[in-house]
Design a protein around this ligand. Structure first.
Ligand code: ADP
Length: 177
């Protein structure tokens, strides 16, 4: 444990739908409608009919915000749906909006009582956010925002993103004790 009591961060290379954690995060869209990428995989694995119905009740989600549903057929008990910014050059508040996604997901996780949470690389797929910049923001927020979450898995679907996470986590290792 870190002296500040923040979560232990670890990099995982794989498919987030297989993560046996309390909650997995989905990189969703503002309508919370089934999309591509990780969203599609989560709908497939959770059960499309159940997840569609649960999402429809939430009334959409603003960019930078997060809302939860059950995990249905997933190993994870909950899905926290967050909407990352679409990258449009970096001067449209994209950094702050991405930071807000990670912060809001931790807040929602705390409300759910989730102690272990797995995140995908939000916005770095179809939404085009530069992966290195996104990874640095993710690690910074997850290391600094107070939360009762104890374990965070940064799940990379591709090898390049996995290396980015490993480098960032190695650069500033957790203080012992
Ligand atoms: P966004 O629209 O927010 O960019 P995407 O789903 O297109 O979301 O991509 C976000 C990240 O999720 C990308 O790094 C992509 O490679 C990754 N990804 C896609 N499928 C999975 C999966 N099954 N598990 C974990 N990460 C995934």
């Amino acid at each position: 444990m870190r002296p500040t009591g923040g979560p232990l961060l670890s990099a995982v290379h794989g498919d987030i739908t297989e993560e046996a954690v309390d909650a997995i995060v989905n990189a969703a869209n503002t309508r919370l409608a089934r999309g591509g990428g990780v969203d599609n995989a989560i709908h497939e694995a959770a059960g499309d009919a159940d997840l569609r119905a649960a999402c429809a009740e939430l009334g959409g989600c603003e960019t930078g915000d997060a809302k939860a549903t059950q995990g249905f057929a997933l190993p994870a008990r909950f899905i926290i749906h967050t909407v990352g910014p679409v990258w449009s050059g970096g001067d449209r508040g994209e950094d702050d909006l991405l930071a807000s996604c990670y912060r809001r997901c931790l807040e929602v996780a705390d409300q759910l009582g989730a102690r272990s949470v797995a995140f995908p690389a939000i916005s770095t797929g179809v939404y085009g956010f530069p992966p290195e910049r996104a990874a640095a923001i993710a690690v910074h927020i997850l290391r600094t925002v107070p939360t009762a979450v104890q374990a965070v898995h940064l799940v990379a679907f591709d090898a390049a993103t996995y290396r980015l996470y490993q480098q960032l986590l190695d650069d500033a290792p957790h203080a012992p004790g």
